[in-house]
Ligand binder design. Sequence first.
Ligand SMILES: NC(=O)c1ccc[n+]([C@@H]2O[C@H](COP(=O)([O-])OP(=O)(O)OC[C@H]3O[C@@H](n4cnc5c(N)ncnc54)[C@H](OP(=O)(O)O)[C@@H]3O)[C@@H](O)[C@H]2O)c1
Length: 365
Amino acid sequence: MTTPRTHTAVAFVGARQPLEAVRVPTAAPEDDEILIRSQFTASTPLDLHRADGGLLMQPGAIFGSTTAGVVEATGPGVSGRLAVGDRVFGWAFQKPQYRAHQEYVTAPEWMFGKIPENISPEEAATVPENLITIFNTMATDLGLPTPWPKPEDHVPDRADDPVLVWGAASSVGQSALQLLRWYGYRRVLATASPSHHQYLRGLGAAACFDYRDPDVANKVLAAASEIHGGKRGGVGGEAAVPFIIDCIGSRDGSMRPILEKNIARPGSVVAVMLPVILTHASTEQVPEYEMDAPKVARELLGPEAESSGVTVKGILPALLEMGVVKPQRFRIVEGGSILEREENALREMREGVCGVKLVWRTSDQ
Ligand SMILES: NC(=O)c1ccc[n+]([C@@H]2O[C@H](COP(=O)([O-])OP(=O)(O)OC[C@H]3O[C@@H](n4cnc5c(N)ncnc54)[C@H](OP(=O)(O)O)[C@@H]3O)[C@@H](O)[C@H]2O)c1
């Protein structure tokens, strides 16, 4: 009898408590599953919401959903699309063995794709979570067509309607700009710190605005109204900005300016990234969250604007291979162990991350 294999994973103990390195069984791949020797993952704000706010976490739960690594074994029911030795990346979290912040991940083949040859695993780790999120936001929340494969002559009906990406320097925002451009939206307005404006124009923003400018709402509305030849945006008239993606989901930092300052008018659809952050996590501050975005919107505005959360969907490797989306700018977080690297990434997020994705090794080899 062989001894069951185990490996190291990073587990949640309790909100704002140090994480724990635990040994867990390495699940042998069954049916259509593949076993991946993980190399890199990327931290997202969701990890911080979990670690500091305990959001959707139970003691012992493993963190993470983005894995980049190498296939080490396959189950008997795989399609053959992926084989031992393939470099793969994907997004999976539904079972403990799918979670990313561990040395080995065992998950269904369909959740993973091959990393294109010209992309490194650390670059690949910057892509899945935000791209899947934004694909779903476009298709499900905004109801914008996302045909796949995209016909060569595809021009969306609303190609010239303004779409506002609030928080475009965030990872979700950068993916939004690239995907909207690829699907043919030509009038994408973006808010971000001025230092990012040139870069974001390169990703597809038609115009950029500083979200800290007290007059940002009027400037966005003026630009949108100009796109419509001045025919929209008046009081009681059609919404000047029919589609808004709030990539930040902060009650005071994004929802308040979007809703209270009338960027969203009746007829606008606002897709808000969840959770809505009521109080941001910091070294001193315990965070507070709300999963019901429409409730926050009603509190801010009354029930005028429609908001919704996001679920998932994905077409990753092809979009990366075709260059539709580029790997995001990233910084490698160092540390002596998987636990230390994850803790260091969380500390950096508490202090504030600006325009880069935090990527770190899940294995010491
Ligand atoms: N990552 C995902 O796939 C995913 C999925 C579902 C939900 N979410 C949620 O979506 C939110 C963003 O996630 P993320 O990974 O994209 O974040 P991120 O990359 O860590 O976002 C950091 C950026 O947010 C920008 N920012 C902060 N406050 C802002 C404000 N009030 N208005 C405009 N921009 C602001 C900053 O932009 P400047 O540098 O321009 O100042 C900063 O560069 C999180 O709350 C997360 O939980 C994320």
